[in-house]
Design a protein around this ligand. Structure first.
Ligand code: NAD
Length: 439
């Protein structure tokens, strides 16, 4: 994709043409859901054209020095998809598969995720094509500082606020914050979120995404007139999102009958204790920190895990896990997408036809960006909230917007995914209509 980009401007920004609209690729696919929702809203052509183009794409070359003294040049990106509702917001990814196309799609999704929970942010995303597992801590710090220096003109508390994503951590964000603060000669914690607490991070951020998933599940069950207690839950992926979702659901009386990581699935129809599983991983002797060998559970494949007899399924690992191949065998009546893009469009259609309720990723996992917003607010005030305050506010935001999506779905007889896109698009379009198009 990147090779097709033309018209590079001196500041690194690239003119956006029609280059993605009809091309396959991650961004091309991402637009499919948008188009369906835009059709239902009868969105005018002009606004539709604007919303299917990223506002700004920056491509940079990052020379950096290896520990052995040699220089390499990596490619980095920052895409600011839309600013109608506020500064761009979205993570920075360090991964060998990072491309302009992928970063653009991720920035596009962030636009709708921020809007669906009504945050005053647009959408953005960044990345560097590299394998962070092959870089030392010193190399990662130098890479991060140079990447930050290259995008310093386009980021800032009122312009674009990055956060961690795949391959980056709170430590990475501390380096971004420090680099910006050094260049500006001004302490600037609100330039990034997901920082360690000692440098302006928010309490409750680590748990926020899993907590948001749990709140969405509770809300959905309430709408269906069902209790959470006793529901049998399967969680795929036992990292940040999966393990916290499992723990919070277990605390509220749900029965966790299956969990998994990339190495194995673990099953017990009578229920597993997620806290014991979290401790088991933390104390694991092996480098993998895997669930393999977890006492009191039977090992099963990840494929079998998704098809277990259960009531609620939480895919919280990676994308494209629920596909046309396995959708028919999924038994859950409720799916909450902790991961981004775990369900393919074909599978979504099949499951919707079968009456399965799917809480879409842009809503289900928006708890993380919501507490990122709280972090930005706290940094700007210089006043930091208690964890209970953060959690209460998160609950308010998630519940209120879950209700809005649910109502939209009922009004339009639409699946929750389409309703979530419709709500998000309408909120962005309202801003365009009020601000006017500066053309
Ligand atoms: P993580 O790296 O902490 O955990 C990922 C888990 O998935 C690990 O247990 C890993 O072993 C497992 N996994 C990886 N490949 C797998 C496979 N093929 N089959 C089964 N399990 C596999 O990541 P995370 O932060 O928990 O993120 C998980 C998902 O949630 C991602 O899609 C991410 O984009 C999304 N998400 C995360 C956040 C957040 O705040 N962390 C916010 C929004 C969305």
């Amino acid at each position: 994709m990147a090779t097709k980009v033309e018209n590079s401007q001196p500041d690194g920004a690239l003119q956006t043409k029609e280059r993605y609209a009809h091309e396959p690729g991650v961004f091309g696919e991402a637009i499919a859901y948008f188009n369906e929702a835009a059709d239902r809203l009868e969105l005018p052509k002009t606004i539709r054209r604007i919303l299917t183009h990223p506002s700004r794409q920056v491509i940079i070359s990052i020379p950096f020095q290896r520990d052995n003294g040699e220089f390499e040049v990596f490619t980095g990106y920052r895409v600011q998809y839309n600013f109608a509702r506020g500064p761009a917001k979205g993570g920075i990814r360090y991964h060998p598969g990072v491309t302009l196309d992928e970063v653009t799609a991720l920035a596009f999704w962030m636009t709708w995720k921020c809007a669906v929970v009504d945050l005053p942010f647009g959408g953005g995303k960044g990345g560097v094509t590299c394998d962070p597992s092959k870089l030392s801590a010193g190399e990662l710090e130098r890479l991060t500082r140079r990447y930050t220096a290259e995008i310093i003109e386009v980021i800032g508390p009122d312009k674009d606020v990055p956060a961690p994503d795949v391959g980056t951590t709170p430590q990475t964000m501390a380096w971004v914050m420090d680099t910006v603060s050094m260049h500006l000669r001004s302490h600037t914690p609100a330039v990034v979120t997901g920082k360690p607490i000692c440098v302006g991070g928010s309490k409750g951020r680590v748990e926020a995404t899993g907590r948001g998933v749990m709140i969405c599940i509770e809300s959905a069950l309430e709408k269906m007139g069902k209790a959470l207690r006793g529901q049998r839950v399967v969680v795929q992926g036992f990292g940040n999102v999966g393990s916290i979702t499992a723990r919070l659901l277990h605390e509220r009386g749900a029965k966790i009958v299956g969990i998994s990581d990339q190495f194995t699935g673990m099953h017990n129809k009578d229920g597993l204790d997620p806290v014991a599983a979290i401790e088991y991983i933390a104390n694991a002797k092996n480098q993998k920190r895997s669930l393999e060998g977890l006492p009191g559970a039977t090992a099963i494949s990840n494929t079998a895990l998704l098809e277990l007899d259960c009531d609620i399924l939480v895919p919280a690992a990676i994308e494209n896990q629920i596909t046309a191949k396995n959708a028919k065998r999924i038994k859950a009546f409720l799916i909450a997408e902790g991961a981004n893009g775990p369900t393919t469009p074909e599978a979504h259609q099949m499951l919707s036809d079968a009456g399965v309720t799917i809480i879409p990723d842009i809503l289900a996992n928006a708890g993380g960006v919501t507490v990122s917003y709280f972090e930005w607010v706290q940094d700007r005030m210089g006043y930091y909230w208690r964890e209970s305050e953060v959690n209460d506010r998160l609950k308010d935001v998630m519940r209120e917007n879950f209700d809005e999506v649910w109502n939209m779905a009922e009004r339009y007889k639409a699946p929750l995914r389409q309703a979530a896109y419709m709500l998000a698009i309408r909120r962005v379009v309202d801003c365009y209509q009020t601000r006017g198009i500066y053309a």
